[in-house]
Design a protein around this ligand. Sequence first.
Ligand code: FMN
Length: 192
Amino acid sequence: MSKQEIALHLAHRLTAGRPVCLLTVRYKGQVNVMSLGWAVPLSAEPPLMGLAIHPACYTHDMLIKSQECVLNIPARPLAEQVLSCGTVSGAQTDKITLTHLHLDNGRRVETPWISECLAHIECALVSTSAPGDHTLFIVEIVGAWAEEAAFKDGLWLCPRDDEELQPLVHLGGTMFTLLSSSFIVNPDKGSS
Ligand SMILES: Cc1cc2nc3c(=O)[nH]c(=O)nc-3n(C[C@H](O)[C@H](O)[C@H](O)COP(=O)(O)O)c2cc1C
């Protein structure tokens, strides 16, 4: 194998593989949506996630003020809207109108869902910190819903032949892939 050195600021992309999110926030009646790739699980009990959001994002201060958000998980048909929500700011533009996305009421939060998405994770803000150029928002999951045809028994099904049921993964820039081919590993084979 021939290994090339990777620029440090791009090295995080080597770990790409989680679904990208459309994060919704609502404050004083205004709803905003931004694309968010940097969302990671931090704890199962309590169920916590870490969201890295740049302070320049309009969403950043809305989330601090509203104290809650929804992580919506899109599939292939929403890739173009994900790019728009990740390049246009809600400070200037109503992105829900721009992208023709639709909203549903949240179940355990005041923040609405993006109806067209496969799944919705409702979150309450726990804390913020500033480890670097992005703010780390630690949020607690207070509710979660997913399409039955896409997520069953706690797992993404990733059906090979149906892009509408495959979560979208951001690789960087304008490059995306899909969670499209799952398989089961034999636990006895790793050490034989
Ligand atoms: C696929 C994708 C993923 C992104 N992930 C993040 C992220 O994890 N954190 C972040 O701060 N910005 C991220 N961005 C950039 C923001 O979505 C972008 O700055 C957006 O315009 C912010 O919107 P707002 O100003 O309405 O909050 C991402 C952009 C794209 C296209």
